[in-house]
Structure formats: C-alpha cells, structure tokens
Design a protein around this ligand. Sequence first.
Ligand code: FES
Length: 174
Amino acid sequence: MENESRRGFMGKAFGAVSGVGAVASLYAMKRSWDPLPSVAAAGFTTVDLASAEPNALVVEKWRGKPIFILKKTPEMVAAQTEEATARDVIVGGENFLIAIGLCTHLGCIPSYRKDSSDFLCACHGGKFDSSGIDTQLPPPSPLVIPPFKIDGTTVVLGEEGPEYAKMKESGLIA
Ligand code: FES
C-alpha cells in the first residue's frame, strides 16, 4: 500500500516534471520555428518607383541578392516581343523589368549596357535583353523574377501579389 502510494506520488511528480519539460521544449521549438523579427523585417524590401528614370538600372537588395529594376522607355516597349512584354511589371502605368540580378548560368552579376539596352555577363559572355530573357549562351534561362507585390507606385519585394501570381500561373516563373 505504502509502496503503491509512493509510486503514485513519484509518477505524479515525474509527470509534472516531464510536463514542464515538454512545455519548455515546445516553447523552444516554437521559438526556433518562428523567424527572428529582424529576419522577417528583412524579408521584404519596399521600393518606391515614382521617380525612376527610364533606361537607368536601379539595383536594390533583397534577401542578400541584387534585384534589377529597370524602367523601360516607350521605344523599348514598342520594340519588344509579346513574350518580353508578358514579363513586364506595370507600375504607375509604366513598364518595368524586375528580376534577380544573378546570371542563370553560374550566378555572376551581369552589367546593364544602356546603349544596347541589354545585360552582358562578363563571366562567360552570356547576354540577356532588357526583359531579362537570355539571348546568348551559356545562360540556360531568363533572369528570375522575384516575388513582388505592387502597392500604388511602390513594389514590395518578397510578397506575392496578384500580378506575380498571374505570372506564375502563366508559367513565366518556375
Ligand atoms: S555566369 Fe554568366 S555567363 Fe556564366
């Protein structure tokens, strides 16, 4: 009888201790699942494109990656293919290229050539047009369009807005 009650007490005590332990470890796990506030805040980059100059490349940073933002001139838009226009992000009635500025070959940062309105990757000579479409090997695919959301004249990088979802649906984004 005495043994039984001791066992009962030990059982309860152990249960209580392991209960506290379980709650503590769940809390620790939850904390490690949640992103740190600074990471969550750094996950988005907001860029106001109201004063963007046509044919002048702007390079922003999002999650440690360079993001190319290029406002196109009406001539550039008129000269481009339908495929290229489908990749344009329209902000405030203007056509923009928004793409991760890393070559899809081996990840170098291509440079923008204003005169020819294209990108040249100096590493192995790859080229992309002003819509980020690969036009000369070795890059195997166009520059990647990052998740974005349009909010008036601003673009929020890292958030998936309806325009981005549409591009995804149409197969423009892998
Ligand atoms: S990394 Fe750009 S062409 Fe090779």
